[in-house]
Design a protein around this ligand. Structure first.
Ligand code: WAQ
Ligand code: MG
Length: 295
């Protein structure tokens, strides 16, 4: 530890979760959650920022907030590249959801599973249409749900940017016109999606459960991180994330489904490189580009 400290190599995983009506495991309603991996120098201000964020959240005023700090050996942290980013010119839920299904199919998800995932997020994927705290895991071939706990889902945690990559990404997002909250949301969703892709997810679909944020995304190694404005109406509190697994392969290798869930939740990852952040593209043009790339 002393040696790690002298080299400036001690890192901390900081995780926050907040709920209303008691802790999540006692039936509290999920309000917010966030993850960071930071140096010791940034530890205190990160804890403070996550606490502030939990307490000023559009989904409500939490009466339970937990902030967990864990030291992680720097040598155990994988350094990966973020997926490239593009924004499509979608505007309304019907169109954005149709484009989401087409993107998922281009990434190798079966049409039945792509349709099921969109319908699930539209209805609220948790019990009785509530928000989950984590993601749905879905068999990309059949649409079958694979996560062990349908209320909680699987949380992709212990992922963050190194400070230089984070600055470069934020500057690139701003150059493409993102402002304020959108920069943070896109940055965090890109981190999650890039880690999930690195762990082995075939594709991902997500949009916020927060009523004011209406841009969602589809991400996959094959197509990048594709932003879809207007995927839900403002005021709608339904949303979530679906990670698609090539389940036939997944359950056979490296500890199977449990091993994959363990890596999604626990393997520490720092994003050290940022890819291209492209200008807005009309949806049909982007989909056509994928078909050409296929041929
Ligand atoms: N791991 C897995 N699932 C998660 C995690 C996580 N760490 N965090 C949130 N979720 C799930 C959970 O079911 C939430 O209810 C749902 O996702 C939505 O979370 O580029 O803000 O934080 O502008 O509300 C997309 C950004 C924003 C698009 C998504 O999600 C863009 C967003 P939220
Ligand atoms: Mg939310």
């Amino acid at each position: 530890m002393d040696e790690e400290r002298r080299g400036g190599q001690v890192l901390y995983s900081v995780r926050m979760r907040a709920a209303q009506g008691g802790p999540h495991e006692r039936g509290g309603r999920h309000v917010s959650g966030a993850e960071r991996i930071v140096t010791e120098e940034r530890l205190h201000r990160t804890v403070r920022a996550l606490l502030e964020r939990a307490r000023r959240h559009a989904r409500g005023d939490p009466d339970f907030v937990q902030v967990t700090v864990e030291r992680v050996p720097a040598g155990a942290v994988a350094r990966i590249a973020a997926l490239p980013v593009v924004t499509l010119g979608t505007g309304a839920p019907d169109e954005a959801r149709r484009v989401a299904r087409a993107l998922l199919e281009a990434a190798g998800v079966a049409p039945v599973a792509a349709r099921e995932a969109v319908a699930l997020l539209a209805a609220g994927p948790g019990p009785a249409g509530t928000a989950m705290r984590g993601a749905v895991l879905m068999d990309a071939a059949t649409g079958e749900r694979l996560e062990p706990d349908r209320g909680r889902g699987v949380r992709v945690t212990r992922v963050d940017y190194d400070p230089a990559a984070r600055r470069r990404l934020e500057a690139a997002l701003r150059r493409r016109g993102l402002r304020g909250e959108a920069v943070r949301r896109a940055r965090e969703a890109l981190a999650l999606a890039s880690k999930a892709a690195w762990v082995g997810a075939l594709a991902e679909l997500g949009w916020s459960d927060d009523p004011g944020y209406t841009t969602g995304y589809v991400a996959a190694p094959a197509i990048g991180y594709v932003r879809l404005p207007g995927i839900k109406e403002a005021g709608d509190c339904r949303g979530g994330r679906v990670l698609f697994l090539a389940a036939g392969e997944t359950v056979r290798v490296d500890g199977g489904l449990a091993g994959l869930i363990g890596r999604l939740e626990e393997a520490p990852v720092l994003i050290a490189a940022v890819g291209r952040v492209g200008p807005a593209v009309p949806p049909e043009e982007f989909l056509e580009g994928l078909r050409v790339g296929d041929a």
